[in-house]
Design a protein around this ligand. Sequence first.
Ligand code: HCB
Length: 227
Amino acid sequence: MNRWSQDLYGKEVVTTTKEELYKELSDAIVSCKKDQVLAAVEKARGELEAPDIIENGLAAGMNEVGTLFERGKLFLPHVMMAAEAMQAGVDELKDDMPESSEKAASVIVNGTVEGDVHDIGKSIVSTMLQTSGFEVYDIGRDTPVADFIAKIKETDANMVGISALMTTTLQGQKEVIEALEEEGLRDKVKVMVGGAPATNSWAKKIGADCYAENATEAVNKAKELLL
Ligand code: HCB
């Protein structure tokens, strides 16, 4: 509900609560319309921090799209349009990300496992780790295990972030950990796993160092493990 208040000069202005802004952002994603998403982002950016807009507004909308897709209320072309609109919203906010003044010495390789094309969440995580001062190498989506290992060796990385969005590709996270062990790199490289089907207990089961539910948590866990 919009509220009316008066500004310094007694002029009436409309104010919107945080929850209303989150809902407008989420509804814009569900509409699958890029223009609507960009308008909602423009309205929210004066009131909310960029990570808040992404996590609590846009990502919440994407989750709703997933639920509607599951229930047969939206179809794949809608999901693709919503994903494009989400990407446009995130791109718009890139320059607003709070930059950390301290440069972390740690290097993080971040990618989505082979067979999985979902990369929106992984890319948000990369951006937020980068703006938090980490040196990040985003190796994209549908990434073979060998490419994870090659990039970790090439960059002398201290951590790897492994994203998987489908139950059918979750196993790929375990395969990267096994390859790290085979290469004798496991003691040197911390492992973070993420993505909707991953959980804390899955992370423990496969021997990862942590699970991150969202990008804010990914930054906090990386700081805990590396700094
Ligand atoms: Co896609 N898809 N999809 N999809 N998709 C899911 C994932 C389902 C759950 C939808 C459903 O059925 N309910 C489902 C998977 C079911 C399962 O588990 N088996 C599914 C399916 C089945 C498919 C296809 C097979 C559909 C088809 O072709 N019939 C196909 C996959 C093809 C393939 O990969 N080989 C497919 C395709 C697509 C697109 C292309 C249309 C599009 C992806 C576009 C893109 O990423 N460039 C898409 C999308 C958008 C989704 C949903 C709706 C949203 C995903 C998303 O972007 N969420 C998703 C439903 C859902 O997840 N609820 C659905 C928003 C982001 C911000 O959240 O969870 O990705 P996130 O990331 C978070 C968090 O997990 C964490 O932080 C991020 C930021 O907060 N995190 C990390 C993520 N990675 C991390 C890494 C770290 O190191 C640390 C934290």
